[in-house]
Design a protein around this ligand. Structure first.
Ligand SMILES: [Zn+2]
Length: 509
């Protein structure tokens, strides 16, 4: 059987393309278009290398074309003493490298890239290994040896395809989802033939559907994409459950969870577009803005904001927003504004010493604090945490309040009004109101409050603060006329971030 191989990545080329009259052929795995003569030259070179590898492995000038004439005992011996150890070494190396890629998220949302997945080999090396293993199959006479060769061959192919897909994550090039869908379904077939990798076969069959959906969506066919996303999502959820209880594949749980949350976003997004007749590109642009924002990757915030896992949580919140627009509900505070602005609702407990020498007592206070949930795109909030939130100690500086404490105080802060506002939050439909997307994670909200408290408490040792407790996100109706206008419930505590949020800065659905 004559097949050609892509000169760029080493993938076998499709038979139907070879039989066409054109002098050119496009690789279904990496997308490179090339002349058939070049693909033929590359394949001849690869076959030559395999033959020379076999000559080195088997002393006495054995040629694969003679295999049929060699009796099975001799073949068994040749295989076990000359071939198997060599294949085994490489197989172990490629399996190890494949496993490390399998622990990475292997999907990207449209218009975004992910450069963190870094393959250790070139795809052509892995495809060469696949071809080498394939070529020695006739030497494997017993079932165990055949299983071994098949596993090695399939691992080589699956790994090569994984590398090609990892490269497609790096670059937002047109048509990449069609290539990814091809590679994922071929990978799925390969992993289904390797013992212990069943859940990976299911994972890639699901990702093939998600990629297929992205391809349709980007070609303007939101209605058709819905089923692909819905099926991909439910299959990924099933894989997640299997992987979490699998000792061998447990390290892939985080990756599969991330892929499932991307699939959920896409499912919600295509639903949203299909129901509201909106422009999918506009909604995708929202995702693009969230992803392409340049968050600081160094300094005190670099650790949190430079970590791409944070997007899983950000996208879960975006999904909740899209689902609410599709007829669901969000925790919305009462009020008349036409924009729903997300805030983190936080419980803050602190205690302070009051009274004179003999009647000294400690007073415990619980305050509510709100942090505007898109504070991470405002660099001033990162250097001045007080500006991200309802600064309950701003009425009077902590030091002077403590100096004036007489023993009758029940609180030294002034946030009671905020508690009233946040307690009105209840699950409601957003209706036609526009919703700003929360851009920070729970941990980031906790950090900004901690930074704020540290700055406030450092000036006086009498103030004892406990760790803030981030309860949940709530959506507060605000008006927007050029900038955000907070409702009256905030009193004097409107965060500086809210006052300076320009309408164009809001990322809204
Ligand atoms: Zn190729």
């Amino acid at each position: 059987m004559v097949a050609l191989r892509c000169k760029h990545c080493g993938a076998p080329l499709e038979r139907k393309d070879l039989e066409s009259g054109s002098a050119y052929v496009t690789c279904p795995s990496c997308g490179t278009t090339q002349q058939k003569v070049d693909a033929k030259a590359y394949m001849d070179q690869m076959m030559g290398q395999i033959q020379s590898w076999i000559s080195k492995a088997i002393p006495g000038g054995f040629s694969l074309s003679q295999t049929e004439n060699v009796d099975s005992i001799a073949r068994f011996n040749i295989f076990n003493s000359n071939i198997r150890p060599r294949i085994e070494t490489e197989y172990t190396e490629y399996r190890f490298a494949a496993n490390s890629l399998l622990a990475c998220g292997l999907m990207v949302l449209p218009f975004t890239t992910d450069k963190t997945v870094a393959p250790a080999h070139s795809p052509s090396k892995a495809f060469e290994f696949n071809a080498r293993a394939k070529s020695v199959y006739p030497l494997a006479v017993d079932a165990e040896s055949r299983d071994f060769v098949t596993s090695a061959e399939e691992m080589g192919s699956a790994y090569a395809l994984l590398i090609n897909n990892a490269k497609l994550l790096h670059e937002d090039k047109p048509g990449r989802y069609a290539l990814m869908a091809n590679n994922f379904s071929e990978m799925s077939k390969s992993f289904s033939k390797i013992k212990g990798y069943g859940p990976m076969a299911e994972r890639f069959s699901a990702l093939a559907k998600v990629s297929e959906g992205c391809d349709r969506l980007l070609n303007g066919n939101a209605a058709e994409s819905r089923q692909y996303f819905a099926d991909g999502l439910s299959e990924l959820e099933a894989v997640k459950a299997k992987v979490s209880s699998d000792l061998g594949l447990g390290m892939m749980f985080g990756a599969v969870s991330g892929e499932a949350s991307q699939a959920r976003i896409l499912a919600d997004l295509s639903d949203f577009v299909a129901k509201n007749g909106g422009d999918p590109m506009k909604t995708l642009d929202t995702i693009h803005r969230i992803m392409s924002f340049e968050y600081p990757s160094a300094g005190g915030w670099g650790f949190l904001l430079g970590n791409k896992d944070r997007f899983n949580e950000v996208f879960e919140n975006l999904s909740a927003v899209l689902a609410a627009k599709n007829g669901g509900a969000l925790p919305i505070a009462s009020g008349a504004g036409q924009y729903l602005i997300p805030f983190w609702d936080i419980d803050l407990r602190y205690s302070f010493q009051t009274g004179s020498l003999f009647s000294k007592k400690s007073v415990e206070v619980v305050e509510d604090l709100l942090v505007q949930a898109d504070f991470v795109i405002d660099r001033e909030c990162l250097s001045d945490p007080a500006s991200a939130l309802t600064d309950i100690f701003s009425i009077k500086p902590v030091k002077s309040i403590l100096a004036g404490v007489t023993g009758k105080e029940t609180s030294i802060s002034g946030g009671e009004g905020i508690g009233r506002l946040s307690s009105t939050a209840a699950m409601n439909s957003p209706g036609s109101r526009r919703i700003a997307v929360p851009l920070s994670t729970k941990r980031e909200a906790e950090k900004v409050v901690n930074d704020y408290l540290q700055a406030r408490a450092s000036s006086d040792g009498k103030l004892k603060l406990s760790k803030p407790y981030v309860k949940s996100l709530i959506y507060v109706p605000c008006d927007v006329d050029g900038a955000v206008r907070a409702p009256e419930g905030f009193g004097a505590l409107v965060p500086k971030r809210t006052r300076r949020t320009g309408a164009q800065q809001l990322i809204v659905i």
